[in-house]
Design a protein around this ligand. Structure first.
Ligand code: ADP
Ligand code: MG
Length: 288
C-alpha cells in the first residue's frame, strides 16, 4: 500500500504547478544526483528571433526569407515559428510539395520542382553544399536551392529568467552533476552552458544520440543515484522515457511528451524541479 504522506506530497507538488504521476517518482526524486536538461524550450525560452538575414547568390533578403518561410511552413519547431513570424506575410503554398522534416537537421521541400533545404551545417554537409560559416554566435539556418547555397539566417533564443537560479538551487540540494544536451551548434551550447553554470555540455546531438548520451551518464553513476532528464518533448520523448525520472515542460511540451513524462512542470519553469525535490525530501521525512 502507499503511505498516506505521499498523497500529501503529490498534492503539495500539484499546488506548486508540478504534476507527479506516482509516489514512486516522488520517492525517486529524493535520490537524484544527476540532472540532465535539454536546451531549447527547457533552459531557453524556445522563442527565437531572426537577428540577421544574409542572402547569397544575388538574392534579396526578402527572397531568402521567403524560401525559408516556404520550407518552414508546416513545422512546429520553435525555429520554424520564428522564421514565419519574421516573414510576417502569407506563405505561398502553391508549388510547394514533398515536405520532409529531418529531426536534428532541418527541412527539405520541393518548390516549383526545385529542392529547397533549410537547416544546419550538418544538413548542408550531407547534401554536399558549400556554405558560409558565420562568425556571429547564434543558431544558423542555412538555405540552399537546387543544390546551390542561398544564404543563411541567424536566430537567437534567450535563456529563461529562472534558468541560472534553477541550476544553483539544484547544487544547493546536493545534485552532484548538471548536464545540458542540445542538437544546436557547439558554440551556442557552450555559451548557454557557461552563462548558466551547467557542469557539462554535449552539443550537435541528434535525438538518438541524446538517448545514447543519457545511457553513458547512467553507466557512469552508482545505481543508487537517480538521474532526471528535463525536456520540452520536441524530439526528446525517447530520452524522457529512458531517464529514472522524465520531466516535461507542460506548456510547451507536446501531448506525446506529457504522456511519456513521469513529472510535468505546468509552468515551464526549470526552477520548479528544485521545488519538486524539496517537496520530495519533506514528504520522505513525514512518511518514514
Ligand atoms: P535542442 O536539442 O536544442 O532542443 P533540436 O534537437 O530540436 O534542438 O534541434 C537541433 C538543431 O536541428 C537545431 O538547432 C537546428 O539547427 C536544426 N533544426 C531542427 N529543426 C529545424 C527546423 N524546423 N528548421 C531548421 N533547422 C532545424
Ligand atoms: Mg528540444
Amino acid at each position: 500500500s502507499i503511505p498516506l504522506g505521499f498523497f500529501g506530497g503529490i498534492g503539495a507538488a500539484s499546488r506548486n504547478g508540478i504534476l507527479v504521476k506516482g509516489s514512486n517518482y516522488l520517492e525517486a526524486l529524493n535520490d537524484v544526483k544527476v540532472v540532465v536538461f535539454d536546451k531549447t524550450g527547457t533552459l531557453t525560452k524556445g522563442v527565437f528571433k531572426v537577428t540577421a538575414i544574409r542572402p547569397e547568390g544575388g538574392r534579396t533578403e526578402d527572397e531568402l526569407m521567403e524560401l525559408a518561410a516556404m520550407a518552414e511552413a508546416q513545422s512546429n519547431h520553435p525555429i520554424a515559428e520564428s522564421i514565419r513570424a519574421a516573414w510576417a506575410k502569407d506563405i505561398r503554398t502553391q508549388g510547394v510539395e514533398d515536405y520532409d522534416e529531418v529531426a536534428g537537421h532541418g527541412i527539405r521541400v520541393s518548390v516549383d520542382g526545385r529542392e529547397v533545404l533549410a537547416g544546419n551545417a550538418k544538413m548542408m554537409d550531407q547534401a554536399g553544399i558549400l556554405y558560409t560559416k558565420p562568425e556571429t554566435v547564434g543558431t544558423v539556418i542555412h538555405v540552399a536551392e537546387a543544390g546551390v547555397y542561398a544564404g543563411h539566417l541567424i536566430i537567437s533564443d534567450e535563456v529563461k529568467e529562472d534558468a541560472a537560479a534553477a541550476i544553483q538551487a539544484l547544487k544547493k540540494l546536493g545534485i552532484r552533476k548538471t548536464v545540458m544536451l542540445t542538437g544546436d551548434a557547439k558554440a551556442v551550447g557552450e555559451a548557454v552552458g557557461r552563462e548558466l553554470g551547467v557542469d557539462e555540455v554535449y552539443a550537435e546531438l541528434l535525438p538518438q544520440h541524446k538517448v545514447e548520451r543519457l545511457e553513458q551518464l547512467e553507466a557512469a553513476k552508482s545505481p543508487k543515484e537517480k538521474m532526471v532528464f528535463v525536456g520540452d518533448g520536441i524530439n526528446d520523448t525517447p530520452v524522457l522515457a529512458r531517464a529514472d525520472v522524465g520531466v516535461a515542460m507542460g506548456g510547451l511540451g507536446s501531448d506525446a511528451a506529457i504522456e511519456a513524462a513521469d513529472v510535468v512542470i505546468m509552468t515551464d519553469e526549470p526552477s520548479r524541479l528544485a521545488s519538486a525535490i524539496r517537496i520530495a525530501k519533506r514528504t520522505r521525512r513525514i512518511v518514514w
